[in-house]
Design a binder for this molecule. Structure first.
Ligand SMILES: Cc1ncc(COP(=O)(O)O)c(C=O)c1O
Length: 439
């Protein structure tokens, strides 16, 4: 195999059968489409190259900076391709949660602009959300930026419609699979592949996988977030199912330990979701079926993600004081306080008010006298033990009260006697007309 450019290596990824001894399905042949074998490491190489190629051909690209809203694989591919063409690349993100990926982007020469998560902003229509910020940047200075726009760009879908889907049909001997399973981020790979497969055979069942609400699987969205994506059309999918971070890691473990496929968490989510969906129908099937799922990228970038969620897999002690260990009953029993009562409590008992939001949102507006400990740092802090005196009154606040109630439950379990979570979070506090200050 000889090529003139690394970009020619994108695509034509292998389709590899998973042994039935591993997945346990009686009537289904299950295949993994190994997108992690693309040259820059993921399924996003296809979309990135397809979106940026016409822009590079455009003379006006000149000295402009390529810009994209991405915290991971699209940014990685665009950083490489931009570098190859002598153009700077900038990734604007509010989801840069995996340190290895951030380091790699910096190594590739990317500039990273980090913005607060949309939920952290007091006003969800705030113009500081990354999408609006990118569009502002572009309209302000089209001479300076080339925006690949993966959440809206039809060339993202087209990359998969013209290649990923047809490759699957070719490798299955000219037939579409009966089931196609893919995790959904921008929805480009699932939509494009599904279109090609259904054009060949309209009866293909398409299963989209998203992360469980309030759970994080790097690279894909949860069901609320997916609805914000411009390319997402619910009609593409026969069903959309959720996978938890734990299930994604379980699926990833099977792929890396038993199948020899060094898949990352979303490949694991796709495997787990595929087997779960197919197991439910396997016994009723009267003839043999074929199913294909996408393995998006590789495992190596996710070591800190695994260490944080499943330290025992890396021979480290399990995390005792972690919100992941809470039962629903513990969370329900956590002490909460509404904004009006919290104002009185602050006046009377002077609790320590801990704001768990990101630093950017805290700096913009916060409860007077509160301190900022970003939730991820707070999580680390309580690993080491109780950070306050057990009877020191503490009020925990986050954007809408979903995180703080978990930490209140955890501190309660650890023996704290006077902790409360601000119900409805800083948003409810603002809506109640209570004071907020800016540093
Ligand atoms: C690791 C990983 N898995 C899955 C996906 C989902 O792919 P798509 O954006 O085509 O929906 C992405 C997208 O960024 C990803 O980075």
């Amino acid at each position: 195999m000889r090529y003139d450019s690394i970009t020619e290596v994108i695509g034509d990824t292998p389709l590899v059968r998973i042994s039935p001894e591993i997945h346990g399905l009686q009537n289904v042949d299950l295949y993994a489409k190994l997108e992690m074998l693309n040259p820059f490491g993921s399924v996003k190489d296809r979309a990135a190259w397809n979106m940026v190629r016409p822009l590079l051909a455009d003379d006006a690209a000149g000295e402009r900076t390529v810009v994209e809203l991405s915290s991971g694989n699209t940014a990685k591919a665009l950083a490489v391709i931009s570098g190859m063409h002598g153009l700077p690349f900038k990734s604007v993100t509010n989801r840069m949660k995996v340190p290895e990926i951030k380091d790699l982007l910096l190594l590739l020469g990317a500039e990273i602009e980090e913005l607060p998560g949309q939920a952290e902003c007091l006003d969800p229509t705030n113009t500081e959300d990354p999408l609006t910020k990118i569009h502002q940047m572009l309209s302000a200075d089209t001479a300076a930026y080339v925006h690949t726009d993966q959440y809206y760009n039809p060339r993202n879908i087209e990359a998969h419609q013209s290649a990923t889907g047809p490759e699957i049909i070719k490798d299955l001997g000219g037939a579409a699979p009966d089931y196609f399973i893919a995790a959904v981020g921008t929805a480009g790979s699932s939509t494009g592949s599904a279109r090609a497969l259904r054009a060949h055979d309209p009866s293909v069942g398409v299963i989209g996988l998203v992360a469980e609400k309030a759970d994080f699987i790097p690279g894909i969205r949860n069901i609320d977030e997916v609805n914000e994506v411009g390319l997402f059309d619910p009609a593409t999918y026969d069903t959309i199912e959720s996978v938890s971070a734990d299930e994604a890691i379980d699926g990833m473990l099977t792929l890396v330990r038993r199948c020899g496929m060094l898949a990352g968490p979303t490949g694991g989510a796709a495997y787990f979701g595929a087997v779960r969906h197919l197991q439910a129908i396997d016994a009723q099937l009267t003839d043999r079926k074929t199913a294909v799922f996408i393995v998006c990228d590789r495992v190596e970038s996710y070591m800190s993600y695994v260490r944080k969620r499943r330290p025992e897999l890396l021979r480290q002690p399990a995390r005792r004081n972690s919100v992941a260990t809470l039962t629903d009953a513990e969370v329900e029993a956590a002490p909460t306080i509404d904004a009006a009562a919290a104002r009185r409590w602050i006046d009377e008992a002077r609790p320590l008010v801990v704001d768990l939001r990101g630093a950017f949102a805290f700096d913009a507006l916060h409860i007077p006298g509160s301190i900022n400990i970003v939730d991820e740092i707070f999580a680390e802090l309580i690993q080491a033990g109780m950070p306050f005196g057990r009877s020191q009154p503490v009020l925990l606040a986050c954007p809408v009260g979903e995180q703080s109630v978990k930490y209140a439950a955890l501190l309660r379990r650890m023996g704290h006697t006077d902790v409360r979570s601000l119900s409805g979070g800083i948003i409810a506090w603002r809506d109640a007309g209570a004071a907020l200050v800016r540093d």
